[in-house]
Design a binder for this molecule. Structure first.
Ligand SMILES: [Ca+2]
Length: 190
């Protein structure tokens, strides 16, 4: 074994570990950089999405993203995720009058092989309908390591059938690596 090369590899992995463990893979996570089709740079909505940045409420800073009805949806695409490790998705949410609908935050690979799904009613106060007009932290981890994919989609939507109601605000979204696996890192680095 070449001691110098092994030492260098360990050093590289330590540096890499530090870098990825400190990283939030969401761009403009607090919606404070304004611009674009939904009022926040780096975020998108499709034709069904009525989401737009508002200054009337925020978890941190001056702005949050608002959806006013079921069907409202916004998203961001990332292609720079480090695969072979698990991730944690966190979002601060505030909801009002959600009936027969669920607010869903996801981080999902383009081939659907890697995912995190978080519903607002994972929070107990939201499950019993008493979470109106307060900020709550919604958070969860992937069950398996994220696999290599062409891209990953971070998507937030209020899903409900006809007759459902509700509005939501979202702020401070993070997608961060957890359970750094040095063996997977070796596989990726070498
Ligand atoms: Ca904010």
């Amino acid at each position: 074994m070449n001691f110098s090369r092994s030492y260098n590899n360990i050093l590289l992995l330590l540096i890499l570990s530090f870098q990825i463990n400190c990283k939030n893979y969401i761009y403009n996570p607090s919606f404070e950089i304004l611009g674009g089709m939904v009022g926040a740079d780096g975020w998108n909505a499709d034709t069904y999405g009525g989401c737009y940045v508002v200054s009337s409420t925020a978890h941190t800073g001056s702005y949050s993203m608002h959806g006013s009805k079921p069907g409202d949806h916004f998203w961001q695409i990332r292609s720079d995720l480090f695969y072979g490790i698990k991730y944690r998705l966190t979002a601060w949410i505030k909801v009002n009058n959600i009936k027969n609908a669920r607010l869903l935050a996801t981080a999902e690979s383009s081939d659907y092989q890697s995912s995190i799904y978080l519903y607002h009613d994972f929070i107990s106060e939201c499950a019993d309908g008493t979470c109106n007009d307060k900020w709550y932290q919604l958070t969860g981890e992937s069950l398996t390591n994220f696999k290599k994919a062409s891209h990953y989609v971070i998507s937030i939507s209020l899903r409900g059938d006809e007759g459902s109601t509700g509005e939501f605000w979202m702020d401070d979204i993070t997608l961060e690596p957890i359970e750094y696996d040095i063996l997977n890192a070796v596989e990726v680095v070498t």
